[in-house]
Design a protein around this ligand. Sequence first.
Ligand SMILES: CC(C)(COP(=O)(O)OP(=O)(O)OC[C@H]1O[C@@H](n2cnc3c(N)ncnc32)[C@H](O)[C@@H]1OP(=O)(O)O)[C@@H](O)C(=O)NCCC(=O)NCCS
Length: 267
Amino acid sequence: VPELDTWRTGISFVEPGRIVVRGYELPDLVGRATFGELVYLLVTGRYPTSKQGRMAEAVLVALADHGVHAPSVLATRIAASAGSPLQASVAAGIAAVGDHHGGALAGAMQMLEGIRSAGPHDATMRRAAELRVEEALRDGTRLPGFGHPYHRPDPRAQALHRVVNQLGCSGAATSALGLVTESLSASGRALMPNVDGAAAGVLLDIGVEATIGRGFFLVARCAGLVVHAIEEQQRERPFRTIAPEHVTYDGPDPKTRASPPCGANSH
Ligand SMILES: CC(C)(COP(=O)(O)OP(=O)(O)OC[C@H]1O[C@@H](n2cnc3c(N)ncnc32)[C@H](O)[C@@H]1OP(=O)(O)O)[C@@H](O)C(=O)NCCC(=O)NCCS
């Protein structure tokens, strides 16, 4: 029977004067590992090659911030404007990450993993991509990692693609992303990969598992959320809200309602 107060972890341990992370003495990493390399080490348990580290770093940079109107940033700034402390404001932004924002990274990784596993032949991967696109169009569901409300194409996806090409580390998942794009285009949908789609290909190709996808977004976006919360509180008037004239009430008109019965709650 395991003791209730016994914990185990393969991530890190600490004893007086010593900190070990994933089998490395932390002081040895300080000044040597970039933040991207450290995140890669933490999530995979392996020290990255220089290319893997640079790609992990590139993904973190691409995801760190995306303006006030991104749902996570908006939620953080509203909470900060209401006077919530920094950590609560950042937590509000983290809570606004969902399947349609940030969370699409994990979904895109799962999708590309499925198409990649139909390989190694181009033809079988292409068929798997076509089937996935046909399924989405038939069911009216959205392919994670494709489309964007403002960017056509998403410059962050293009930038990641450029770095992948520069470093020569394109792999089967990035190819799978291209096959989905081609299948969409052949079906008459000119949807391009967004940053989540591009990051999904990169992360799978450098050996990151799909289960950590959403976590990668959270780690990166925290940097942006922290400064948005601070800027909101330092520069803006508190209690930011929506102007009442921008809100439409379409519930019942009180004139159509009978008066509430007296003592409705008494027994
Ligand atoms: C991000 C997103 C919400 C932006 O949507 P948008 O540009 O405002 O596009 P709309 O919601 O107006 O959709 C326009 C059309 O394209 C389709 N479409 C948009 N994104 C699609 C996708 N990823 N897969 C399939 N169809 C998609 C919509 O179904 C809609 O079709 P319709 O006109 O036949 O109804 C949308 O592309 C999406 O849900 N993508 C998947 C989730 C994702 O990757 N999110 C991360 C964003 S960085």
